[in-house]
Design a protein around this ligand. Structure first.
Ligand code: ADP
Ligand code: MG
Length: 399
């Protein structure tokens, strides 16, 4: 099913030097790692290779040092967290290529793990410089990419290396590609997409791509206001991109032509001030929003209608909250629909895939992130995938 090779195809790696591109761009505060989710995501691949006797060299970037050594962005700071999660010793190496790495390869035992320095300390990384990629590849036998979240960048360690060494997708990359493939490339129909969030302008390409792919396009959040306004609805003080009215119309026309049903809310939750539980809070029909009110969530009737849509669908992809979910009670619709999707997934009638920074936070807030089929934490790479783009790091694995 997959057009790329995985660790199942890698053969005997005993004594082989395997470069593994991982995502170790961990959130830190005062020099301490605050969330080790990304190390846990890479753990199965790293241990599978180490346990098979490979010499594992981890490659990762950290922050944006822009091609210079910046001591506060050294990957040496995450060695402790990596050792803790992996339960193994991890040797830190202050280079990514050259004789120092060659020496490390010489002393590293079979099954040993070394973490190389922040790849972005070298200018050639972000330029995808073939000479840098060649120098890195010179110390290794095999390349494994386990960092889907960095796959939208064509950098030396995310793309270049794949052209120089036998290349394989790691377990985490494989899981992500399989889940995303099930959701949009070869999904079971009917397919619903929820697209919400703050602005239409940030997700125009997502909307354009989805209308040709899905049966139901559910638009919520601030984006819905722009579509409503384009249809002549007065949205008061709502967050709205009035200058995108004709773009919104084009998307609606394209959806119509493609047989995609677009769902806009017909009731909304409004308030005169944006605050928690404001006194002016009320729910009304979209045609009754006053000039001094703003739409901050979709209403209960609309939410129920959307739940009915999900009940007849087999596949769901979700990016963007339906309301200003950080401020109660404007999380109501997002939480309700997320719980419906989670329940349908548990029952086995729905494959549900979600992604996006705020979306992941909203699903966690609803307490259902673990009940979705797959939740992508990949941010930029997830959105580019939703735009239908081929990610360079993934494309390079395919040949
Ligand atoms: P993601 O990070 O999942 O891609 P976005 O960044 O596009 O999502 O959008 C999330 C933001 O959209 C949240 O901060 C949320 O408060 C905001 N938002 C959603 N609906 C509204 C609304 N009706 N008015 C103002 N902001 C909204
Ligand atoms: Mg966001």
């Amino acid at each position: 099913m997959t057009a790329f090779k995985t660790l199942d195809d890698i053969g005997n790696v005993r004594g082989k030097v395997v470069l593994v591109r991982v995502d170790l761009n961990l959130p830190m505060q005062d020099g301490a790692v605050t969330d080790d989710t990304r190390v846990r995501a890479a753990k199965p691949t790293i241990l599978e290779l180490a346990d098979a006797g490979a010499k594992v060299l981890l490659l990762a970037h950290f922050g944006r040092p822009k091609g210079e050594r910046v001591s506060t962005q050294s990957l040496s700071m995450v060695v402790g967290a990596a050792e803790q999660v992996l339960g193994r010793e991890v040797m830190f190496v202050s280079e990514i290529a050259g004789p120092v790495v060659a020496q490390v390869v010489g002393i590293l035992p079979e099954g040993g793990i070394a973490l190389l320095e922040n790849t972005r300390f070298w200018k050639g990384e972000e330029k995808n410089d073939p000479d840098l990629a060649k120098a890195i590849a010179a110390n290794a036998d095999i390349y494994v990419n386990d960092a889907f979240s960095a796959a939208h960048r064509a950098h030396a360690t995310t793309e270049g290396l794949a052209h120089l060494l036998p290349s394989f997708a790691g377990r985490s990359m494989q899981a992500e590609l399989e889940a995303l493939g099930k959701a949009l490339d070869h999904p079971e129909h009917p397919v619903a997409a929820v697209v919400g969030g703050a602005k239409v302008s940030s997700k125009l390409d997502v909307l354009r791509h989805l209308v040709g792919k899905v049966d139901h396009l559910i638009i919520g959040g601030g984006m819905a206001n722009t579509f409503l306004a384009a249809r002549g609805v007065a949205v008061g003080k709502s967050l709205c991109e009035h200058d995108l009215a004709s773009t919104a119309e084009d998307i609606l026309t394209a959806a119509d032509a493609a047989g995609c049903t677009v769902h806009l809310p017909y009731d909304v939750v409004v308030a005169k001030e944006f605050a928690a539980n404001p006194p002016s809070l009320r729910t009304c029909n979209v045609h009754e929003v006053a000039a001094d009110e703003m739409i901050l969530d979709i209403g209960a009737a609309a939410t129920e209608a959307l739940a009915d849509v999900l009940k007849v669908c087999r596949t769901l992809v979700w990016n963007g909250p339906l309301g200003a979910f950080e401020t109660p009670p404007f999380d109501t619709a997002t939480v309700a629909l997320a719980r419906t999707a989670a329940a349908l997934t548990k029952e086995g009638s729905l494959v549900s895939v979600a992604g996006g920074g705020d979306t992941v936070a909203a699903l966690s807030h609803a307490g259902v992130a673990q009940d979705f089929t797959y939740v992508s934490t990949a941010g930029g790479a997830f959105l580019e995938w939703m735009e239908g783009r081929e990610l360079p790091g993934v494309a390079a694995l395919r040949h």
